[in-house]
Design a protein around this ligand. Structure first.
Ligand code: HEC
Ligand code: HEC
Length: 282
């Protein structure tokens, strides 16, 4: 083999290696972004302010990487060790403990911290969360939210309507599904607009994540949904007894209607038989 050939082979090998490296690190970055969107964004923004958890912009200026890795991989064990900084964060979060994210490993946490560092440099990160302002919502927003919730208006990306798994007090009639919790007071439970909006941008729970990961709820849908749930929280009483009572009444009414109907049909038959008989006698 000539020296020249060797050099080109060498060059090709290095190029291939380099390309592989670029591709795999691009893949890793993409994976980290997906993980962040699916598993972190419901509680954290990068540069969009505090949600349930702290804003993670520039988090490595507050804590060193080693500590952060340990915390992301297993938050409760750091808290249980009595770590003063973690306990202070927990106080600030109103006592909420960060959950251990399923499938989190040291390597994944590294990639996420790289992602956070990169996003922290940007003017506006894609993970800044959704700030839908403080102005009062209009009646039209609330009504549209109700329609989206009930499925009268379809979700743009094809997700199922909220009603199939959730109920709220003001829905009336039989209410919605019971797989998910009653959402009458969820606006208060999640502590307001910004948290609820960001939560819906990337629902991170076991049941909703797989359903909405590919059929995400759009910003144009989140605003009216938040308007509707804010309105519900103000007027609702968060119990479903009314729905149950209505169910009972409808059941009773149905039974009564049934009797009446049977009775009239039966009477009609009696007459239908008797009359011709009587007429015939005459
Ligand atoms: C259910 C809400 C929730 C989710 C989901 C969540 N966190 Fe947290 N996170 C918190 C809370 C709350 C704290 C404050 C400490 C505490 O109370 O446990 C926190 C603290 C942190 C901190 C330390 C912040 C600081 O200021 O030093 C980091 C880093 C962090 N989270 C990263 C993540 C990453 C990465 C993910 C996703 C893989 C994630 N969190 C998912 C709620 C959450
Ligand atoms: C396939 C069923 C399903 C659908 C559809 C669904 N959810 Fe959920 N949702 C759940 C379940 C179950 C939970 C409880 C957490 C879990 O187990 O995932 C939940 C939790 C929530 C929570 C947090 C409740 C809390 O108290 O923390 C909110 C907010 C929420 N859903 C809003 C919505 C909205 C808005 C829609 C419609 C766009 C919707 N969900 C559609 C099943 C569903």
């Amino acid at each position: 083999m000539s020296c020249r050939e060797k050099r080109t082979r060498h060059g090709a090998a290095i190029l291939t290696l380099f390309a592989c490296f670029l591709l795999s690190s691009a893949g890793q970055a993409q994976e980290a972004a997906n993980t962040f969107r699916q598993s972190c964004m419901s509680c954290h923004t990068i540069g969009g302010g505090k949600l349930v958890g702290p804003d993670l912009k520039g988090v490595e200026e507050r804590r060193d990487r080693e500590w952060l890795l340990g915390f992301i991989v297993n938050p409760s064990s750091v808290l249980a060790s009595g770590d003063a900084y973690a306990l202070k964060l927990k106080d600030e979060a109103g006592g909420v403990i960060m959950p251990t994210v399923v499938g989190m490993t040291r390597e994944r946490a590294e990639a996420i911290l790289d992602l956070i560092a990169g996003e922290s440099q940007l003017e506006e990160s894609q993970f800044a969360g959704l700030d839908i302002g403080d102005e009062p919502f209009s009646e039209a927003d609330i009504e549209r939210g109700r329609q989206i919730f009930r499925g009268d208006v379809r979700l743009a990306n094809g997700g199922p309507p909220c009603l199939s798994c959730h109920t709220v007090e003001g829905l009336g009639g039989l209410g919605g599904g019971r797989l998910g919790p009653d959402l009458t007071k969820v606006y208060e439970r999640l502590q307001g607009r910004k948290n609820l909006a960001s939560w819906l941008l990337a629902p991170a729970t076991q049941t909703m994540q797989p359903v909405y990961a590919k059929a995400s709820i759009t910003n144009e849908e989140i605003l009216p949904l938040v308007a509707y749930l804010e309105d519900e929280a103000q007027i609702g009483t968060a119990d479903t007894t009314t729905a149950q009572v209505i169910f009972l009444i409808l059941g009773l009414a149905g039974a009564v209607l049934g009797f009446v109907a049977a009775d009239s049909v039966w009477r009609g038959r009696l007459r239908a038989v008797r009359r011709p008989l009587v007429r015939g006698e005459r």
